[in-house]
Write a protein that binds this ligand. Sequence first.
Ligand SMILES: [Zn+2]
Length: 114
Amino acid sequence: MTCNTSPFNWVSLCSVSNSIEANLIKGWMEQQQIRVRLQGEALNGAIGDIPAPETQITLLVYQIKLPLAKQILLEYTQQQSLGDDWRCQNCDEPNASSFEICWLCSTEKNESTK
Ligand SMILES: [Zn+2]
């Protein structure tokens, strides 16, 4: 058995540009029983050594978990991109970001009024 065919080979899931987001995704994955390893994060931990803003952190997952991890990542990014709660333009009712229409009056969410 070579490393390349092992289901427990670490493979790249995605890259993010800051460690906060990397750790958010890591925590999210671990909630779903997926182990995540971060690559590219400063390991020396030197205090005062501020990482460059363009630092790329690669998230690694076991190859066997990659399809599941990708699905979870998609759900995660969809949730992020939905953004904040919105207010109905018709009845002024606050709605959760996951709602596409107002729960009260069924008016469609209007992105431009965000
Ligand atoms: Zn409404």
